[in-house]
Ligand binder design. Sequence first.
Ligand SMILES: Nc1ncnc2c1ncn2[C@@H]1O[C@H](COP(=O)(O)OP(=O)(O)O)[C@@H](O)[C@H]1O
Ligand SMILES: [Mg+2]
Length: 483
Amino acid sequence: MFGKRSFIHETAQKPTAPFLAPAPQAGQSIILAPVVAQPAPVIPARPQASVRTEEYYALKSQVFAALIEVIDVAQLGLMDPVQARAEIGVIVNEIIAAKKIVMSITEQEELLRDICNDILGYGPLEPLLARDDIADIMVNGADTVYIEVGGKVQKTDIRFRDNIQLLNICQRIVSQVGRRVDESSPICDARLPDGSRVNVIAPPLAIDGPTLTIRKFKKDKLTLDQLVKFGSITPEGAQILEIIGRVRCNVIVSGGTGSGKTTLLNCLTGYIEPGERIVTCEDAAELQLQQPHVVRLETRPPNLEGEGQITMRDLVKNCLRMRPERIIVGEVRGSEAFDLLQAMNTGHDGSMGTLHANSPREALSRIESMITMGGFSLPSKTIREMIVSSVDVIVQAARLRDGSRRITHITEVLGLEGDVPITQDLFVYDIHGEDAQGNVIGRHHSTGIGRPRFWDRARYFGEEKRLAAALDAAGEAAETAAA
Ligand SMILES: Nc1ncnc2c1ncn2[C@@H]1O[C@H](COP(=O)(O)OP(=O)(O)O)[C@@H](O)[C@H]1O
Ligand SMILES: [Mg+2]
């Protein structure tokens, strides 16, 4: 059998700890398949996953230890996933027979599935990675795994055998992007082959064991129509956003973690004309632009020697030399804010980015502090002038306490009055209360502004009628709702 290693070399190659995956040799891989690209070995989540007992874990490690004595994990990695699974199946059955272990067919299948997940994939994480409804997976040490589904964080009964197995899986994930996680480099960002973003922080920094956070990559990004269906925004509000995207307003999408900023930015980019040259800068490519003329750039963390880092600022600065018509920055976190504003100010109107803030006003002060902390010694008034003359619109996203996500503000930046930036809400969401199930009740409405500041821009693009109609309708819908 291909995956079987001859018994003669057994002692020489015997791994020291049963769950410690042997280090891959040059050109070899212990990872069989990208999780999503090759769905074969990925085991779909079972709705009622049986609770694993201590005996089960003991049995599994016994079979596992016997298994990795007779198979060559590296060789398995070179095989077709289906074939590899079949091979493991044959050997596991042999081991169960040889050790005279009594188990039902179902139990045997379960054991095989878990073992395959351990060897070929990401172990206990596998069923979670296969689920499309999960937004985030949060592992706080071997025994505690939380997931976020439908905006709500819930604890799962998934657990790892121990922290060693967990750290091994973390290691397997980060080694795919050429990185390493251990005591000497305990913090690491990585990405799964399907694009999901991963952060690992290991002991001693993480006190209760390796801590793994995965933001799952959604292949099918939500569209504005879907956001309307979910009640995140009204049809009229969506239309205003669509016009904002099309008429080349400079937009900042603001919101908390997981509030839907990236989703919203992606929606906005959907209305960019197909002919425009767009350059995107991201920490991990998440945006899915539909236009043909897109250049996608990604930052790079320092390598193992601490060298070779390419920051967001490096990318945005470089962008300006690439003749972009629009620059899209996935997440503005630091001094790149300055360069993005400059881009917005110098003919790359229609540029966009997201940032972390809880209100449109806070978004403005965040930009200011990012620039100040970036070491630009400019008077605060100058920075503010630059901000208000660059940013046209702030779209605020929020995750409410019931887990639902809403677009809570479409706000224009008007200018400075003295030293103070002046904003004007066009469209807002008001919270009125909560129903018996704890769902937030509220409503979206326009604020009655008939002529936003980007009116002339809308007219230039032939969108002023649609804009007027959308603003009108948003006001009327609100009045009917209130009546
Ligand atoms: N309006 C929405 N309704 C329901 N789910 C949403 C909505 N917006 C985003 N999501 C989901 O929430 C998760 C986080 O969204 P994302 O845009 O990545 O957030 P952020 O960039 O703010 O951290 C994703 O799984 C996404 O599909
Ligand atoms: Mg994001």
